[in-house]
Design a protein around this ligand. Structure first.
Ligand SMILES: Nc1ncnc2c1ncn2[C@@H]1O[C@H](COP(=O)(O)OP(=O)(O)O)[C@@H](O)[C@H]1O
Ligand SMILES: [Mg+2]
Length: 239
């Protein structure tokens, strides 16, 4: 499989919001990109506001919601427990084969994790094991404000410990227009929000690929991301 694995520093950081829009952006740039959501929890199977429905609608995918996500559980719990609550266990081989089948229909994929990267899927597999098996470069979605340096760097280090390549981070959910610090020497009375991107880049040696405002009316994210970089990172895999 080619593409990106999309994880977050936490649940509710905007993985689905961003993944759907990145896919839409790539498709508008003539890249045949699909989305695989291996497991979703927290929604009735056919809820119109479930991750898989949002991913399909915003990214304008022809794939069915069952192809996009074949394993869906109602309880808002980590996938392992959400499945258990329904008396089910997630079969790893079946799960992975669903991903391969869908990936065969597209040139590349965005794979949206569930929760963060250290999240149990079965009694002995976590989201990190899925990411390692796919071995895709990872995009990390992070919050803009206080706490995000810690969460981002821990996520980066955990991915690196498992041998994964990190494509970069997306800071998602700015609620105002912000000016951002560009160098340490500029920083005086800056807010956490204004300095976090710089500090994350400096301490992690990873790049911020986008800074996205909190605005549900945004469907086209091209003004807020490093367009060239993201397209090149994908095309490098396809060529
Ligand atoms: N940039 C954004 N602007 C507006 N709403 C957003 C943005 N990012 C996320 N949201 C909203 O925040 C909530 C959580 O985002 P979601 O993508 O579902 O998180 P995750 O997939 O990481 O759990 C959703 O209601 C989503 O619509
Ligand atoms: Mg989600």
């Amino acid at each position: 499989m080619k593409g990106f694995f999309i994880t977050g520093t936490d649940t509710d950081v905007g993985k689905t919001w961003f993944t759907a829009r990145l896919c839409r952006f790539l498709r508008q740039n003539k890249i045949d990109c699909g989305i695989w959501k291996p497991v979703q929890s927290g929604f009735p199977a056919n809820a119109s506001d479930s991750d898989r429905s949002i991913l399909k609608d915003i990214a304008q995918l022809d794939d069915s919601i069952d192809e996009i996500c074949s394993m869906t559980f109602e309880k808002t719990l980590t996938p392992f427990l959400a499945a258990k609550a329904e008396g089910k266990t997630i079969d790893w081989q079946t799960l992975m084969s669903h991903g391969s089948l869908l990936a065969n229909k597209h040139d590349c994929m965005l794979v949206e994790g569930a929760g963060g990267i250290a999240v149990p899927i079965t009694e002995n597999k976590m989201m990190i094991d899925l990411a390692v098996e796919l071995n895709l470069p990872v995009i990390i979605i992070a919050r803009p404000g206080l706490g995000t340096i810690n969460h981002s760097i821990l996520t980066i280090d955990y991915l690196k410990q498992h041998g994964l390549t990190i494509a970069g981070l997306i800071m998602n959910g700015y609620d105002n227009t912000h000016e951002f610090a560009k160098s340490l020497s500029e920083i005086k009375n800056w807010t956490s929000i204004a300095t976090n991107p710089l500090l994350i880049e400096l301490f992690s040696n990873q790049q911020i690929l986008g800074k996205i405002p909190l605005d549900n009316d945004i469907v086209d994210i091209s003004d807020f991301i490093d367009r060239k970089k993201l397209i090149n990172l994908m095309n490098d895999q396809l060529n």
